[in-house]
Design a protein around this ligand. Structure first.
Ligand code: PLP
Length: 374
């Protein structure tokens, strides 16, 4: 059975060149990057070369990149540090953020008594910037805005350049969860009014267990882990050099191939939409002008039938998602869709199909065929 992976917003297949780079480091450069002898220096060199490469591709300086285990860790550290170290008293976010943000903000609200405001979400799944401005007009408390770039469930895109300018105008700090967009679009962080952003390598064909935080120069956060001088003392613990090297290679390759892969994936997504629309008359797309690799559709079936469809697709080796991976299996409607759909529509199930350059039209055909079969 040929398996078909259409869940690239959950994670992506690692590129073979990335594996090669990682194996090279594991075999030939196993030193501890903190050791002062030649083994340590060689490992340190890999680490700092990777940091420079990532910084170059993100349009920032190497000192602004801090390696973390993943984006969840990075966002936890940033949001918590904003409250405990930068004395932020209010966080403005939205109810369609990933739980890495939402649960952390909720924790900070209960543990530190900070105020939390949620920007309105429009029915098309985008953030209402006018409401954000209204919220920011109250300048009585030091504020951080945390809004994601690309939504992982529906693929709606936030204009982070514009939101950054608004935050600057109202002297609020700005953190953006850019997990779904890093490696899939161009960044020039120094041209954006973004103070913090986060990434996870496994979302752009890199390894799991590694990510990074961008912290704008001049902002000082306290360490997330104590016990060593690694990451300028901000995250103690022996660095996983092979992971970092893998992440840098994955980002480099994603950006080198960006134009071609983006065009290819956009075509695939459009093809999938046209096929779905021609075979299922009352299918509906959730969100508008969504990111090129994410498609979220409202199915014209009952909830029970969708569970059956997912089961059937899985049996046939086809992987799609019901919502985000963290929620699949949950009978509750996704917290993202709950914000943008009306009660009656929400009763119908949604499916998230997310693409990569490894997918083909033949795979889309096979997927549609199976869907039609059920
Ligand atoms: N933010 C978004 C938008 C995501 O899609 C994810 C993962 O699904 C995360 C944060 C968390 O990433 P990780 O689990 O790699 O820390």
């Amino acid at each position: 059975m040929n398996k078909i992976y259409l869940d690239n917003a959950a994670t992506t297949a690692i590129r073979p060149e990335v594996v090669q780079e990682m194996v090279r480091v594991l075999q030939d450069n196993f030193g501890n990057a903190s050791s002062s002898h030649s083994y340590g220096r060689a490992a340190k060199n890999e680490l700092e070369t990777s940091r420079k490469s990532i910084a170059k591709h993100m349009g920032c300086s190497a000192q602004e990149i801090i390696f973390t285990a993943n984006a969840t860790e990075a966002s936890n550290w940033i949001l918590r540090g904003a409250v405990t170290d930068l004395k932020v008293e209010r966080i403005i976010t939205s109810k369609i953020e990933h739980h890495a943000t939402l649960y952390t903000v909720r924790f900070l609200e209960s543990a530190y008594g900070i105020d939390v405001d949620y920007v309105n979400v429009l029915p098309n799944g985008t953030i209402d910037p006018t409401h954000l401005v209204t919220l920011l007009e109250d300048k009585s408390k030091k504020t951080l805005v945390s809004l994601m770039h690309v939504n992982n469930e529906i693929g709606t895109v936030l204009d982070i350049a514009k939101i950054g300018r608004i935050c600057r105008q109202y002297t609020a700090l700005f953190h953006s969860d850019t997990v779904q967009s890093v490696g899939k679009t161009e960044f020039n962080l120094h041209e954006l009014e973004v103070d913090f952003m986060v990434a996870s390598a496994h979302k752009f064909h890199g390894p799991k267990g590694i990510g990074f935080a961008y912290v704008k120069k001049g902002i000082v956060l306290q360490p997330m882990l104590y016990g060593g001088e690694q990451e300028k003392g901000l995250r103690a613990g022996t660095e996983a050099v092979h992971q970092v090297v893998g992440m840098a290679k994955a980002l480099e390759l994603s950006l080198v191939n960006l134009n071609a892969e983006r065009t290819y994936i956009t075509e695939l997504k459009n093809y999938c939409i046209s096929q779905l629309e021609s075979h299922f008359s009352d299918i509906r797309i959730n969100g508008c002008e969504t990111f090129y690799n994410i498609l979220n559709v409202l199915l014209p079936f009952s909830e029970e039938k969708t569970a059956m469809i997912l089961f059937h697709l899985d049996m046939k080796g086809i992987a799609v998602s019901r919502g985000s991976a963290c929620q699949s299996g949950s009978p509750r409607p996704s917290h993202v869709l709950a914000e943008m759909l009306t009660e009656d529509v929400l009763k119908k199930p949604s499916l998230r199909i997310s693409f990569s350059h490894y997918n083909t039209k033949a795979e889309i055909d096979a997927f549609i065929n199976e869907l039609k079969g059920v």
